[in-house]
Design a protein around this ligand. Structure first.
Ligand SMILES: [Zn+2]
Length: 292
């Protein structure tokens, strides 16, 4: 399996919302904020090449919504998903599988675009199967009041209308290891998926082998390395106590198995290993995926 980090850009989110109950006097030194308390975050996707399969994990924000919407997100830097894929000689049409960890707008917006006459929407990856989790799909398409603003119909429904949508739990097998729900599907032999339910319902964290190491794409369970300490839970999470229990099980499992964590939203740290300290499990060594 080959693996490449592909950054779809940088955006800003409120530091207080990103660090939940952690006070600004602490989080501001971890990710310094601007005059509006906004911190910069990456939209770091991942492409896995497994034989003739080219599997993309998440796809950033896209560009469908209006100026007002993007006015709150302060996109910056030169990276786009198209440019970052191009750097590794991949185009949108090469993607065979589009895996979505969950359907919040900053993870799936780049998968659907306006069609040519702007009368509707179409898949960006026209040769790809779009993979979600059926329980998450139901949750996202019948959204609760708390997450409604994060599940945008135009990002989600066109996947189903295109006929290219499948669910990894449909025909998948579920195994419980170290208190972790692990999903596998015969269509994705090189991957397994940790299913967590604190951030949102049934978010999937892809797990794969790369250069002899087990790498875990942390999605929004640990959006950045600064979120490794257990109480550092985003205010966006629908079930923060569940997230805390999931983080304990996840970190113990990842540390014991010497896994490499891959961060979607950390603008500095792409990957890291873990170590045990008197305060709990913490980052050991930061690294780039390409340097593993
Ligand atoms: Zn999310």
């Amino acid at each position: 399996m080959e693996a490449y980090a592909v950054n779809a850009g940088f955006f800003k989110l409120d530091g207080g919302a990103m660090f939940g109950v952690v006070p600004k006097s602490i989080w501001d030194s971890l990710n310094p904020s601007d005059e509006n308390n906004m911190c910069s975050w990456a939209l770091r996707c991942l492409i896995l090449v497994d034989g003739d399969r080219k599997i993309l994990i998440d796809n950033g924000l896209g560009d469908k919504q209006d100026k007002r919407f993007f006015g709150y997100l302060y996109m910056h830097g030169d990276d786009t998903l198209e440019k970052s894929l191009g750097r590794h000689d991949f185009s949108f049409d090469d993607i065979t599988d589009m895996v979505l960890t969950h359907l919040h707008f900053d993870h799936c917006g780049g998968g659907i675009r306006h069609n040519s006459d702007r009368s509707g929407y179409e898949p960006v990856f026209k040769n790809a199967t779009y993979w979600s989790h059926s329980e998450h799909w139901k949750w996202a398409t019948e959204p609760n009041a708390r997450e409604k603003a994060s599940f945008l119909k135009e990002n989600i429904l066109p996947m189903q209308e295109s006929g290219n949508l499948r669910f990894l739990d449909d025909g998948g097998t579920i195994k419980e290891t170290d208190g972790i729900e692990m999903l596998k599907h015969a269509s994705m032999p090189g991957l397994s998926f940790i299913v967590v339910r604190g951030h949102t319902e049934a978010m999937m964290l892809p797990v794969f082998e790369y250069r002899g190491r087990t790498v875990i794409y942390c999605a929004d369970l640990l959006p950045s390395a600064a979120h490794i300490p257990v109480p550092y839970v985003m205010a966006y999470d629908t079930r923060p106590l569940v997230t805390m229990n999931e983080k304990v099980a996840f970190l113990n499992h990842a540390y014991r198995n010497d896994c490499v964590l891959f961060f979607e939203h950390d603008r500095e740290t792409e990957c890291c290993t873990l170590k045990e300290t008197p305060k709990g499990i913490r980052m050991d060594t930061a690294m780039m995926l390409k340097d593993l």
